[in-house]
Design a protein around this ligand. Structure first.
Ligand SMILES: *Cc1c(COP(=O)(O)O)cnc(C)c1O
Length: 462
């Protein structure tokens, strides 16, 4: 299995190389050269197996010879053993025909653990084999960073640097990043928004001398291995509601478009998905774009669903690549236009996107009302991100097609917003109940590439 860049100008890589590299050298994102297919028998057979076995069968064709079957089984087993639910991704019913896929039972209480725990295990095995060291650098609106730190803390061959927007993540998110005591963990609070943090990380990857000098590796949602890990739960949840003999739809609370793009890959592999609904908060660039064809970022507005406070959705480039008929040149061109302020999607590409994707927006008051109502009608306490999904899903429900909304974080990760909306204080699960008592450690940094690069070089020299 070979991996190619969405912009068509970077070298073709193996799965292992694409995983270790993250962003392609032409600025594009890696995708498999062709998408492996699962037929209806393969999909039906997932019905009787564990989450881990389903993960093995769905991901195996993508990884080529990176790991032996035994190694890959071991990686998957270690990745998910720390989850607080035996089903890993349990499905709950909210209402007739509407289901909630709980993706928040991992160590940092958000769906990002599904990918990050897997990547941690894959990096460890791969680096142990090669004897190399890497510096993992990532930007986070809160959940990616805590999931990455949790996955890489204490590993020998890795330093992990996470840039998060100072003052713009929840206290639980911040504490999950600043309380690990391992020396290879570096939490950096940048003056700015998530998009600033993400832009500086992109700059570091485009600074080839720095990138090679510190052996930069990326685990942001642009990393193909993360998208791949997220494909699995689309299969397991759809199968438990009758796929492949019945179609299902999904609604996905969306920021960087990674999670919903994993659903698109599941569909292209053969899973009968009727619609993929992109749910945004008031930062609704994706909803506007799918409605009008115009992709024009404006300022980020802080919301009660901060992990979706994003204006530049990196993974959308992957969807554009398919929408533009796998034409890397066309993708490179619209991405150049984006640098200059924005772009218009051509009519054919927009129609292609609309064959699969719907979209909707949920404002702050609607988010709170959804938390309140869902608690009253089903006894499920939603985090604000999941509430955005549930609200938007309501508009797209259709008789005879189950709707699955992805619950992307545990309510206890955003206790203030949840309590304000519902009057209920969501307690942390037992296993992390002392989080508020642990000491914190972080470094403030300016939104300045040179200063951040210098800091990283100094830290790894020690
Ligand atoms: C990251 C995140 C999202 C957005 O996911 P994308 O893959 O970036 O679209 C939604 N909800 C929560 C809780 C998250 O952590």
């Amino acid at each position: 299995m070979k991996y190619i860049s969405t912009r068509g100008q970077a070298p073709t890589l193996s799965f292992e190389e694409a995983m270790l590299t993250g962003l392609a050298r032409d600025g594009g994102l890696y995708l498999p050269e062709s998408i492996p297919q699962m037929n209806t028998d393969d999909i039906r057979a997932l019905g009787g197996v564990s989450y881990e076995e389903a993960a093995f069968r769905v991901m195996r064709p993508f990884i080529g010879d990176a790991f032996s079957d035994d190694e890959f089984h071991g990686i998957i087993a270690r990745a998910y053993e720390g989850f607080g639910h035996a089903a890993r991704a349990p499905l709950k019913q909210l209402a007739s025909g509407h289901f909630l896929l709980e993706l928040f039972h991992g160590p940092t209480l958000a769906f990002k653990d599904f990918a990050m725990q897997l990547i941690g295990q894959m990096f460890e095995l791969s680096l142990r084999r090669s004897g190399n060291r890497v510096s993992i650098v990532g930007a986070t609106s809160g959940d990616t960073g805590s999931a990455a730190i949790e996955a890489f803390r204490g590993l020998d061959a890795v330093d992990v640097f996470i840039l998060y927007p100072h003052g713009r993540v929840s206290e639980v998110q911040r504490r999950q990043m600043t309380t690990p005591i391992e020396a290879n963990v570096h939490a950096l609070a940048i003056d700015g928004h998530f998009d600033d943090a993400q832009a500086r990380v992109k700059d570091m990857f485009n600074d080839i001398a720095f990138r090679d000098g510190v052996r930069l590796a990326g685990v942001n949602s642009i990393n193909w291995a993360r998208v791949l890990a997220q494909v699995v739960y689309y299969f397991t949840s759809a199968v438990s509601l009758g796929a492949p003999d019945r179609k299902v739809s999904f609604t996905v609370p969306t920021g960087n478009f990674g999670d919903v793009f994993a659903g698109y890959i599941a569909k292209r592999m053969g899973l009968p998905i009727e619609r993929l609904v992109v749910a945004t908060n008031q930062n609704d660039i994706l909803h506007r774009c799918l409605s009008t064809g115009e992709y024009r970022p404006d300022g980020v507005i802080s919301s009660i669903s901060p992990s979706m406070d994003i204006q530049v959705s990196s993974n959308f480039e992957r969807a554009l690549y398919y929408a533009y008929g796998q034409d890397g040149g066309a993708v490179a061109q619209v991405m150049d236009e984006l640098k200059a302020g924005g772009f218009s999607i051509n009519q054919g590409a927009l129609e292609s996107l609309r064959e699969t994707f719907d979209s909707g927006r949920c404002g702050e008051e609607e988010t709170r009302a959804t938390i309140r109502q869902t608690w009253a009608t089903s006894g499920e306490l939603l985090c604000p991100h999941s509430a955005v999904g549930v609200h938007v899903a309501e508009a797209y429900r259709k008789e005879g097609v189950p709707m699955i909304t992805l619950a992307t974080a545990h309510p206890a990760k955003f206790p203030a917003a949840v309590e304000e909306a519902s009057g209920i204080h969501p307690p942390l699960p037992e296993r992390m109940a002392d989080l508020y008592e642990r000491d914190e450690r972080m470094t403030r940094v300016a939104n300045d590439l040179g200063q951040i690069e210098t800091l990283i070089k100094e830290r790894i020299a020690n």
